[in-house]
Write a new protein. Sequence first.
Length: 265
Amino acid sequence: VCVLDQPIGHFKSLNRIMLEEFSKNPEFFLGNKRTLRDEDLERQYRAAEIADLVVVGSEFAAATMVENGTDRDKIRVVLYGYNEQDFLGPKPIRPPFDGRPIEFLFVGSVGARKGIAYLLKAFSTIDPTKARLTLIGPLEIPISTFEKYSHGVSYLGQVRRSEVATQMRNSDCFILPSLFEGSALVLYEAIAAGLAIVHTKECGFDVKDGLNGKTLRDASEETIKETVYEIIDNPQRLQEWRDASWNTRHLYSWSHYRKAVTRLV
């Protein structure tokens, strides 16, 4: 049996999304790094063609494969998970929201595909005494662009996995306005850390909307600001979301993923 593990959506759809994003926010791109090469696309098509099974992490990723010619009957969706060893310990206890800013956290490549243009633009205008943003991950936008929109933002760069878990435990809400994913692993980790979650549907893994977070209607500065201010105005909802993530974390471990893949194959 030939199994294609497809950890992101189809490359052709990715190229289309990134070209659209470049037309909107060219200053957030490094040089001419906008799309994958023709040979990458050719290899993508060939791999999907010869595979007996195509395993993806989300219905979003599955849809991009189908729209580019992959037979839906051989696609299987298996949700990913988090490494249990990285998220041991008791439930994190955060201080009350009595006058302190709400701590938002982003983990991933700080680049155009992750919707960083909209995230930075939004937080550059949000009062840092109300909400603050911390970024973790490699910087993949021009430094001049980052400096232009980094008011009220803390950038920690790349850190060890253990530090990611620590930062998650010390945050209130995870935010990921990504434009294109397979199924972002950091969302499973955020649930493991008991975080409220805000993300786009393109992240692949859906929060239980209104239960442990919110799915943005689109990736835009306006939508992100609207959502952040909704949270600022109702911090009790944030605590309810955090509790819900913690109480469902056992459903999203790597052990569940291994069992699902074993059953599939």
